[in-house]
Design a protein around this ligand. Structure first.
Ligand code: ATR
Length: 274
């Protein structure tokens, strides 16, 4: 039995076991996927003993994504550029490899849900400047988006990201976010606003072109107030669940040897747990 896990602190809320166990069952694989609650102080030792704990690899969630990259002996280009890892695996020699599949998950989901997006969104706007924003910026630039407006309540964090990713990122004031929408073909919320228990994202989207796509990384609720508003005025909307499902694909393939599919049945299975 090949075993993988998700490591977090806390980890109880993670939906990764639901996704990976669905696929293990779907493809008839002799594998298991567990949750591991590991305190930050113990992460290094846990990863050193990953194989001893019986695992061939792991997903890593908050607050461990940066430390997991540091603990790995090798990392892919995405993990290095994003400065964080969400997927780990052990090679035949026992060396720990780190990958970041969040950018892949975000872009692959956009491709699936709004395939017109990459035929020229032109200008994109990303709201937020945390770890999720960093992965999304990397993914959008890798996919060829020429220019991205970046707005964050704490402007210094947006400016730090612009220094990482270069002149294609233009930082704007948080208060300018609504006014600058008129030139945007893609609007992405990467903040936690709109999540159950949080205030909604406060943005007037009346200037956004009708052809623009609106994406949210929040998936509980599936349709955030932002997406409800966008759908009401006819914009294509992309929810955050698809990113979560797609980011899981490369890890599952790595650990269990089968490239799994993101299907409507998987989506429905996970939605039932939200
Ligand atoms: P993650 O790593 O998941 O992206 P994070 O690093 O905590 O999480 O980032 C959360 C994002 O949501 C940040 O951009 C944060 O803005 P600040 O950098 O100013 O903190 C944003 N955010 C959270 N609550 C917010 C609020 N009430 N208004 C505006 N932005 C908010």
């Amino acid at each position: 039995t090949r075993r993988a896990c998700v490591i977090g602190w806390p980890v109880e809320h993670s939906r990764s076991p639901v996704i990976h166990r669905y696929w293990l069952n779907e493809y008839g694989i002799d594998g298991a996927y567990e949750k591991e609650a590991v305190k930050p102080a113990n992460l290094g030792r846990f990863l050193e003993e990953l194989s001893g704990h019986g695992y061939v690899g792991a997903n890593v969630t908050l607050p461990h994504k940066e430390a997991a990259l540091g603990a790995a002996g090798a990392a892919d280009a995405a993990a290095l550029a994003i400065g964080a890892a969400n997927t780990l695996w052990l090679d035949e020699k026992g060396a720990l490899h780190a990958s970041n599949t969040d950018a892949y998950g975000f872009v692959t989901n956009l491709d699936a849900e709004a395939p017109q997006w990459n035929e020229g969104v032109g200008l994109a706007m990303v709201l937020g400047a945390g770890g999720a924003a960093r992965a999304i910026l990397y993914g959008l630039l890798a996919a060829g988006v020429p220019r991205i407006l970046l707005a964050n309540r704490t402007k210094a964090k947006a400016e730090a990201l612009a220094r990482v990713f270069g002149p294609q990122i233009e930082v704007i004031d948080w208060d300018e976010r609504a006014a600058k929408l008129s030139a945007c073909g893609l609007l992405i919320n990467s903040t936690s606003l709109g999540m159950t228990g949080q205030p909604p994202l406060d943005i007037d989207i009346s200037a956004l072109p009708g052809s623009a796509i609106v994406a949210d990384i929040v998936y509980a609720p599936l349709l955030t107030p932002l997406l409800v508003e966008a759908a009401k005025r006819g914009n294509a909307v992309v929810d955050g669940l698809g990113m979560l499902l797609h980011q899981a694909v490369p890890g599952f393939e790595r650990w269990f040897g089968v490239r799994p599919h993101v299907t409507p049945a998987l989506r429905a299975h996970v939605v039932a747990t939200l």
